[in-house]
Design a protein. Structure first.
Length: 142
């Protein structure tokens, strides 16, 4: 069965480093990379909660990000699937997606900017949340 690696993409240099690490993992076995971007522009009172958004509803930045990621993966002959989910906070959205059995995520790769304080001194708050709440093994790339 094909392994599914979820890589969390926000457009930062560290998330793209995470993509590079996911590609290096994917080269070792029959693997598909699932690039997931969390669109947190929905208000806290919105009914939208971690749905997969149709491509036509993706913001321009998300489209560009997924195109860059897809080209990087395909350059290494790795299958890539881009997904944008809508929600409120990245950590919860990404973890909810990863923990959904229907998504069959075997591994998570996430870049860390390390900008949170004080608990997140070494890892960013989103990567720290995913590390502790996701069921699949998580690799944090700095």
């Amino acid at each position: 069965m094909t392994k599914r690696i979820m890589v969390c993409l926000d457009g930062s240099k560290n998330s793209l480093r995470g993509l590079d690490k996911a590609i290096s993992f994917a080269k070792q076995s029959d693997t598909v990379i699932i690039g997931v971007h969390s669109d947190t522009s929905f208000s806290a009172f919105s009914a939208v909660r971690t749905p997969i958004l149709p491509t036509k509803k993706w913001k321009q930045e998300a489209k560009k990000l997924m195109n860059v990621a897809k080209k990087k993966a395909e350059k290494s002959n790795i299958e890539f699937e881009g997904i944008v989910i809508g929600g409120h906070t990245s950590g919860i959205d990404l973890t909810t997606f990863a923990n959904n059995p229907a998504n069959r995520i075997d591994q998570i790769v996430i870049g860390s900017r390390g900008m949170g304080f004080p608990k997140e001194l070494f890892f960013g708050s989103t990567s720290n949340f995913v590390l502790h709440k996701a069921k699949a093994p998580a690799t944090i790339v700095k």
